[in-house]
Design a protein around this ligand. Sequence first.
Ligand SMILES: Cc1ncc(COP(=O)(O)O)c(C=O)c1O
Length: 450
Amino acid sequence: MASIDRARLYEQLTQEERRFVDTHPRSRELFERAKKSLLAGVPMNWMVRWAGPFPVFVKGGQGAHFTDVDGHDYIDLCLGDTGAMTGHAPAAAVEAIAAQIRHGVTFMLPSEDAVWVGEELTRRFGLPYWQVALTATDANRFSLRLAREITQRSKILVFNYCYHGTVDETFATLNEGIVGSRHGNLGPQVNPSVTTKVIEFNDIPALEAALAPGDVAAVLAEPVMTNIGIIHPDPGYHDALREITRRTGTILIIDETHTICTGPGGYTQAYHLQPDMFVIGKPIASGIPAAVYGMSEEVAERVRAHTPIEDSDTSGIGGTLSGNALSLAAMHVTLERVLTPEAFNRMIPLAERFELGVEEVIEEYELPWIVKRLGCRAEYWFRPTPPRNGGEAAAAIDFDLDRYMHLFALNRGILMTPFHNMALISPSTSEADIDQHTRVFREAVRSLVA
Ligand SMILES: Cc1ncc(COP(=O)(O)O)c(C=O)c1O
């Protein structure tokens, strides 16, 4: 097995940083100016975490590409971390969104699109009743509230190193088996161990033990973990998860915000899952803020019994802009004309091509790395075997190597998903885009291996 020469890595990283600075003068200038009015020079704090000393300032995007203010063109394999999985500015969506804006954005009244969307969500994901939020974070928060209300239980359960948005109760990890605040969790209102049980993914005995006391309202789960890297469930794991949650009266919430990459009906449709509640956000409105949460007939019945009309505006669920006409029009067109089965038939083989290309380079250089894929999302790991849970995955993170691979790609016109080495394919990504990534990946590897 080949190994990475660390001294060379740091030397190369410095070189790539220099190259980035030299070739992005306008982004640098904007960043210096932005620091005077925006905290840390960015409109949202995560934007400081891109590889490179400052972020690329974007000019515009079309399909699978975008350009920056310095005139560089990029193949976008990040796609707004799934928010732009539709590709940028898909023509059908642009037209419908612009038309809706001309007719009003928000009314606090339902529009006809809402009915079509509800029916389509049921057709795709199977659950009969739906509500709309602005973000997947909110859809998760509202689902957890409803689950706590109808079960009259206080705790929730999540998997170690999960991510479900900035939902307070989910910012918990295991540290030597003890639940505590996730590293970096700012200003939690209570220690998350009060609200949350955390277990490792794929650990059935731990799930049994955690749910046995009957104090957990809901398990909130991605069907395949994606946020600490792609971690597939063991064979039979979902059957066990469903059986144990059902037996213990625990609501099972499946969050498909990222795993929609599996296919048009997400992992739920592809693998016949039967969640009690279901969440999806990010790409379902072509980037216009929108998310939905669905519920089974039984959950809906119990929710109805707990939500008298006179208290509906003080329930802690929903928001003034949730369910606005623009979000609904955007969801309608996205589901009908953009994220179609035909689109997935194009996207998934391209992700397979990405996987194959990267795998060939790994083999050629005999690196102890692997590639994992879920539908149209693929990712390479700096470890020789797939991790089975979040704890194992977190231990494999190599911050500097990660940064180098990202920056090397960025300097050659490819944007990878930050925080890991993930690529997402849009309906407008081409074979040439994928092959360009493979070439750049090979070049990056060659620069590091002795
Ligand atoms: C699985 C999952 N759920 C929910 C969210 C939250 O989405 P948003 O930040 O759009 O609220 C994310 C964001 O990465 C996610 O990966």
